[in-house]
Design a protein around this ligand. Sequence first.
Ligand SMILES: Nc1nc2c(ncn2[C@@H]2O[C@H](COP(=O)(O)OP(=O)(O)OP(=O)(O)O)[C@@H](O)[C@H]2O)c(=O)[nH]1
Ligand SMILES: [Zn+2]
Length: 373
Amino acid sequence: MVGDGDRQELTDDEGADLATRRREYDEEDVRVRPGKSSRPRTRTRPRHADARDGFVIAVDRGRYTCVLTGAVPDDPTVTAMRARELGRKSVVVGDRVALVGDTSGAAGALARIVRIAPRHSVLRRTAEDDASTAEGRLERVVVANADQLVIVSALADPPPRTGFIDRCLVAAYDADIEPLLCLTKADLAGPEKVLDYYTELELPYVLIRPDSPLDALRSLLAGRVSVLVGHSGVGKSTLVNRLVPEADRAVGTVSAIGRGRHTSTSAVALRLPALPGTPDDPGWIVDTPGVRSFGLAHVSAESLLHGFPDLVEATVDCPANCPHTADEADCALDAWVAQGRADPRRLASYRRLLASRAGDLEPRGEAEPRGHP
Ligand SMILES: Nc1nc2c(ncn2[C@@H]2O[C@H](COP(=O)(O)OP(=O)(O)OP(=O)(O)O)[C@@H](O)[C@H]2O)c(=O)[nH]1
Ligand SMILES: [Zn+2]
């Protein structure tokens, strides 16, 4: 499950383990590295001044599929590997990178990623909300440089889970990217209950039904990189295929490059088709088939609160270092809710997330449901 693209941003004590794997990469790099360049370098000339800029759209076992900046949809993608000089830096979908070597995109061609541009956002998750095990602390970068997190939730079959949505909201605010609630199966149920729960947030949302045009959603996706997350069965794949009818083909291309197998559960960026009648950038969506939950063990209690802007204000009246838990008698959140200034279900949800972060057992079925028939 933990692909190379997922294995990122580890805590210090996990770094040692990785040194071994990293050495493998280095040796791999050495093999393909051309002989030492005799080209003179001056102080002012940056290394790899001839590098081409690209955008990472898929990661599969040490191979990175990139789209060159300025490439048109039919241009071939470039397959690349990490250059040794990247050191410990991870490369994930969404990264803007500098590429050298064979960037032709021809069959069998291999380029090298020599630089990663600073990221303007980093969407992270912890594998499991369990701080007591190494796996639980494994923090992974899901996508870099995303602008928007599209939280896909069905209005029925399966019913919406506000616990999951709340979790995604925390991840979005933590990553500093904008959330968008995408409510599917609007033909089966109305959105009132869900929207009522989020009234205080003024959360942007779109309703999706099988026969409705996707214009509203497309305009919200235009010009941005949007990450789609959702539980199994909510209609995310259906939506991706409607948004990017060639998605299957695109995924097929990626798998061909990725050593012929398409078992990847990591994120894949898909270019949205051009918007009719406008030259505007239609944007990219990032599908995340492997992300079924957003473990938040890496998010501090205070940052967790940022996912609950309807509650934040209350905490100015909390005692210093208030843990905001239900057993904290002086926590101002209880009075806030009692006064009707926020929905008690939101406070309960916040406290459930707090508890799950602390490694307490939470009723799994409530905030973090697994499979659904
Ligand atoms: N009524 C209704 N059914 C839908 C809608 N969107 C998707 N479905 C159905 O819901 C089921 C699940 O859809 P998928 O697109 O496979 O859901 P998913 O979220 O990708 O789930 P996984 O395939 O498990 O990843 C399918 O039977 C779809 O036909 C919708 O808007 N309305
Ligand atoms: Zn408090």
